[in-house]
Design a protein around this ligand. Structure first.
Ligand code: CP3
Length: 348
């Protein structure tokens, strides 16, 4: 930082996390390394998704692809939230019709107790640390480097349901019928994620995003017990002041509670109005978001117009990271992403 102005993307990103005033917000998008990019599709056709995740050089390549094309201020490690269940002994694959299939599902206390110990997680995921270290070198302090993981609740849904789910019936049955076993599983996931995130921080992550993608599936009065208390425990175990970003999908009613977890940034889904969220949250909590990803499937003109409309709606408020309200869709158009990024970076 020279004087008060950030001189590069990484500093801009960190300044936004710290709610410092900025001329324009930093910008990146969730799932920025993904199927909307022809070079990603090509890399995946050659190697396959799981090999890309497990091979540091390929994960680095996938992470850098969007950075080469667009003026994003942050790179996010190419990986998946499901590497943590895999490290605990429950691997994942993809269903032909779309969605995730786990290699089994947790049906008893004994199966939970038979999972690998949480202390095994950092070692089993050492390829993630290696990819982060390589990325850190590639980025050379110019752009922010983001690590990530799933929330304990969101990971538990995959492990108890045996994959993607429509109704979350099994994991909810566990939560309501046998809270003690539920808590053992969530406690184990929480400890695993703490060790995993500490490893990511040691490897050079500038910030970490926790994806509570299925937080919105929990009944409102039970969000605290099913998901938020475990997220709070993770945030509390991180180094003081380290930027943690919490993304909850469908958790709009719980934003105030999320803000009091100690997370420095809340990532806001597209269902809520960013300006009213900004006004209602404490000033020392930054917000990230929240353009509807579907806008990037339209035209560059619409993408520019809607980007500027969102920027204007929070003009003058510190602590905004521009992003989508959820992951970019495979149908997103490159020209629309360009128009969005250009609108943000040229905004005055
Ligand atoms: O943001 C990034 O660019 C980093 C990479 C990233 C991926 N997955 C790569 C990926 C991140 C941050 C994730 C997180 C993730 N993975 C979440 C939480 C984020 C969210 O969107 O809420 C979840 C729920 C998962 C589990 C998962 N992995 C799903 C549901 C899928 C889609 C399965 C399908 O139907 O295709 C994946 C696969 C996946 N992870 C892809 C990518 C780029 C697509 C795989 C492909 O190329 O076919």
């Amino acid at each position: 930082m020279v004087g008060r102005l950030p001189v590069n993307s990484r500093e801009r990103f960190l300044a936004a996390c710290a709610c410092k005033p900025l001329g324009r917000p930093p910008v990146w998008v969730m799932r920025q390394a993904g199927r909307y990019l022809p070079e990603y599709r090509e890399l995946k056709a050659r190697h396959g998704f799981l090999k890309m995740v497990r091979t540091p050089e390929l994960a680095v390549e996938a992470s850098l692809q969007p950075i080469r094309r667009f003026a994003f201020d942050a790179a996010i490690l190419f990986s998946d939230i499901l590497v943590v269940p895999e490290a605990l002994g429950l691997g994942y694959t993809f269903r032909d019709e779309g969605g995730i299939a786990m290699e089994g599902r947790l049906e008893s206390r004994a199966m939970i107790e038979a999972l690998a110990p949480e202390s095994a997680v950092p070692e089993r995921l050492s390829y993630v640390a290696e990819a982060l270290r390589l990325l850190r070198t590639e980025l050379a302090g110019k752009r922010a480097l983001l690590g990530f993981g799933g929330s304990p609740w969101t990971l538990a849904t995959y492990m108890v349901e045996g994959g993607s789910s429509e109704d979350f019936a099994r994991v909810k049955a566990l939560f309501y019928e046998d809270r003690e076993t539920f808590d053992i599983l969530l406690g184990k996931l929480t400890a695993s994620l703490i060790a995993y995130f500490q490893m990511q921080i040691r490897a050079g992550a500038d910030a970490i995003q926790i994806f509570d993608s299925w937080g919105g599936a929990v009944a409102g009065p039970d969000y605290e017990a099913a998901s938020l208390r475990w997220i709070r425990a993770i945030v509390a175990a991180m180094p003081e002041g380290f930027p943690i970003i919490v993304f909850g999908k469908g958790t709009g009613p719980h934003l105030t509670d999320q803000a009091f977890t100690g997370a420095r940034v809340l990532s806001i889904d597209w269902s809520v109005e960013l300006a009213s969220v900004r006004r209602s949250l404490p000033e020392n909590v930054a917000v990230q978001g929240n353009l509807d990803p579907a806008i990037l499937n339209t035209t560059p003109d619409v993408s520019r117009r809607e980007t500027i409309r969102l920027l204007e709606s929070v003009r003058g408020s510190a602590g905004h990271i521009f992003n989508l309200g959820h992951g970019i869709l495979p149908q997103a158009k490159i020209e629309c992403v360009e128009a969005m990024v250009d609108a943000v970076t040229s905004w005055k």
